[in-house]
Design a protein around this ligand. Sequence first.
Ligand SMILES: C[S@@+](CC[C@H](N)C(=O)[O-])C[C@H]1O[C@@H](n2cnc3c(N)ncnc32)[C@H](O)[C@@H]1O
Length: 255
Amino acid sequence: MAAVLRKLLWVLLWVVSALFTGTAWTPSKALAQRNDESRQAIPPARTKYLGRTIAPTMGIRGAPWLIRETREEEERPSEVMKQLGLKPGMVVCDIGCGNGFYSLMMAKEVAPDGKVLAVDIQQEMLHLLELRGREQGVTNIEPILGTIADPKLPAGEVDLVLMVDVYHEFSHPEQMLAGIRKSLKPEGLIALLEYREEDRTVPILPLHKMSKRQILKEYKANGLRLTKQYDGLPWQHLMFFERDPDWRPKNFSRP
Ligand SMILES: C[S@@+](CC[C@H](N)C(=O)[O-])C[C@H]1O[C@@H](n2cnc3c(N)ncnc32)[C@H](O)[C@@H]1O
């Protein structure tokens, strides 16, 4: 009996001391850390950014449209490739690669020693890219499953990051641009392609278009400055950005 009472007393003492030291009823350290990491990895999604409404992500059912036969005539990707100025040995990245329309062309330009880091948030898209790569005998593409807030790229290793028809879908533009910015080599560039909002004849839904003015506003706010642009494409803006070395990051703004 005395032993049972002593045990109860010990338990009571532990609860009281735990309450005072703040260790009572907290989850295990590992669980707390895991929750912390997932909170950091995926902050709340935005619906708007600097006055622009963010578009929903194109799902896997859009994949055939990305490799339609008329794409060359409509968007002139062969001209885009010339403008990118890729060379063998470069490390390039295709963010929002989809089923690899651009990744495959880029891989051939940077071969044999260069590679393409192909990032998408949909595993199904990466799977289609791998199948198409195998069919075409392309072996220098590294598929990367990113998250909506993190492209999961290595720091300081990338010569050129290409984003085709994807930036306007980012639910976390600030976090994505921070990750992209960090991945660039000192002389690295971002090449951005977006359908022209200024041109009403471009047959794309307004939510999936961007104006130059809006692009410049958003990129400047994230420490990126325009270096050159090409206005000769039928439907899209092609704008190149580099890191602004004088820019200092602020805390991410609220969604
Ligand atoms: C309209 S498709 C464009 C595909 C490709 N760039 C092309 O032009 O053929 C947009 C792709 O971006 C992907 N995406 C959307 N948000 C993303 C993000 N935060 N990071 C990486 N990929 C993303 C989607 O899953 C989709 O595959």
